[in-house]
Design a protein around this ligand. Structure first.
Ligand code: SIN
Length: 482
């Protein structure tokens, strides 16, 4: 591990200001398959202890002024910025994405800390006109308590800060469980939080078996919110498990994004939108375009141009200069992708580009374009999570809206057209939480990220993204005299 600051490579969990546990679970570099470090497998009792400590720390952290908490966050931001290269390197080592994307992720991750450090100062309450002359109604926002953040492997840093930033800024304390594939970035982040002086117990990171830790996080009554990014299946499980203690849930789950291109679109811009939304992070994002609907008048032209762009993508280890596509996260991800392609080809889809394991071996996969894909094929019904672009054909606006909406997911959708009326109309009719109109890059700390239907509950980012971390309190002052 060639870190400039080797003390950022941590192989212990962090609970109540202490580094704990014996490294036993290996962490692998998906580009080589080799072990790069190990982290502890904490037991349920350890997680219970972490929650207790977070509960104790809540008493003092929640009482600080918003500006005081912002001060800690700013010190942490400075340290993250100073160590950007090491953090990016860790992300690439354990997750596989190209280093340039990892650097973008560090900036993206920091943007949430910056935003919420300020936003906590604007957690305004309200006064409501009373129903009696002698009374007054006041509504305030209070920090919720202990938050459990369960985060995914596809964005080892940004999905943590998108939860931790509003939580800490609002006055909550956190027990974070990073994905087993990518715990090292989380541990480096908490090492920097420790250096920034964030008090013990405020931000804890527990590593280990997701099922065991998940059971404690969802059952423990001290935990007031489960903030989770991951698959819809696991989201449903967490909902079930959280029912016994009636927890609040903030869920950012799977997607199946339609990307719709009309003949009057700026084709160059649509092409770069598809390339970004499809091949960012090797297609392993929940807002990745999953069904690319191209109007029949430009279907052949678009396919030709897309295939040409895809043929230029350089596949290799994410740490190498000029690489656009790293490995997939695991063998099981690779096998699932192969099965999705095979099943679609069996039903009549054609491979225009790629379609196979890459000659580099391991979990490298060829960037792929499929044509003649139909809505009922597995590749169009399931979230792909890989570098495969299924291209479908359409002829009519109403029909493509119905087809785009015919999914239980409702995270992101994209429309490309120069007809403003059509764009408005469609953006309103698409049953998705986020719609990119002539734009393939949706992610920003400034806007609410989240979905409808089975894509989740709640929003992350923007002023809306702090609302789940507070309780409203209604105070009625009575017996007031003039
Ligand atoms: C995700 O894939 O879960 C997040 C993607 C993003 O924030 O851009």
């Amino acid at each position: 591990m060639k870190l400039q600051d080797s003390s950022l490579l941590r192989e212990q969990a962090y609970v109540d200001g202490q580094w704990v546990g014996c490294p036993s679970l290996p962490v692998f570099d998906p580009a080589t398959g080799s072990r790069i470090a190990s982290v502890p497998s904490l037991q349920r009792e350890d997680v219970k202890h972490a929650i207790r400590c977070a509960g104790a720390a809540f008493c003092s952290w929640s009482r600080l002024l918003a500006g005081e908490r912002a001060g800690f966050l700013r010190l942490w931001i400075d340290l993250i910025r100073k160590n950007k290269e090491d953090l990016a390197f860790l992300i690439t080592c354990e997750q596989g994405k190209p280093l340039s994307e990892s650097r973008d992720e560090v900036d993206y991750g920091v943007s949430f800390l910056e935003f919420y450090a300020e936003e906590a100062k604007r957690l305004y309450g309200e006064t409501i006109p009373p129903f009696r002359r002698s009374s007054r109604i006041v509504v305030t926002k209070e920090p919720l308590g202990v938050v459990a953040a369960i985060t995914p492997w596809n964005f080892p840093m940004a999905m943590i800060t998108r939860k931790i930033a509003p939580a800490l800024a609002a006055g909550c304390t956190v027990v974070c469980k990073p994905a087993i594939e990518t715990p090292l970035t989380a541990l480096a982040l908490v090492a920097l939080a420790e250096r920034a002086g964030i008090p013990p117990g405020v931000f804890n990171v527990v590593t280990g078996d997701a099922v065991q830790i998940g059971i404690e996080l969802t059952a423990n009554p001290l935990v007031k919110l489960i903030a989770f990014t991951g698959s819809t299946a696991v989201g449903k499980l967490l909902m079930n498990q959280s029912a016994s203690s009636v927890k609040r849930l903030l869920l950012e789950l799977g997607g199946n994004a339609p990307f719709i291109i009309f003949p009057d679109a700026d084709i160059d811009s649509a092409l770069s939108g598809v390339m970004f939304s499809k091949y960012r992070n090797m297609g392993q994002t929940c807002i990745s375009s999953n069904r690319i609907y191209v109007h029949e008048d430009i279907y052949e032209l678009f396919l030709e141009r897309l295939s040409y762009e895809v043929s230029k993508l350089k596949v290799g280890s994410g740490g190498l200069e000029g690489v656009d596509q790293g490995p997939l996260i695991s063998q099981s991800a690779l096998i699932r992708l192969e099965q999705q392609i095979k099943s679609s080809v069996d039903q009549g889809a054609q491979i225009v580009k790629g379609g196979c394991r890459h000659s580099l071996g391991g979990t490298f996969f060829e960037p792929t374009v499929l044509r003649d894909v139909r809505d009922e094929m597995r590749i169009a019904c399931e979230e792909i999570f890989g570098p495969v672009a299924p291209v479908l054909c359409f002829s009519d606006e109403a029909d493509v809206i119905a087809r785009a909406n015919a999914t239980r997911s409702g995270l992101a959708a994209y429309i490309y057209s120069c007809n403003l009326s059509r764009c408005w109309r469609m953006a309103e009719e698409l049953e998705f939480g986020m719609v990119g109109i002539n734009e393939g890059r949706l992610s920003t700390e400034l806007a609410p990220f989240g979905g409808t239907k089975e894509s989740g509950i709640g929003r992350e980012g923007s002023r809306y993204g702090i609302e789940d971390y507070v309780n409203l309190k209604y105070m009625l002052f009575g017996g007031l005299s003039h």
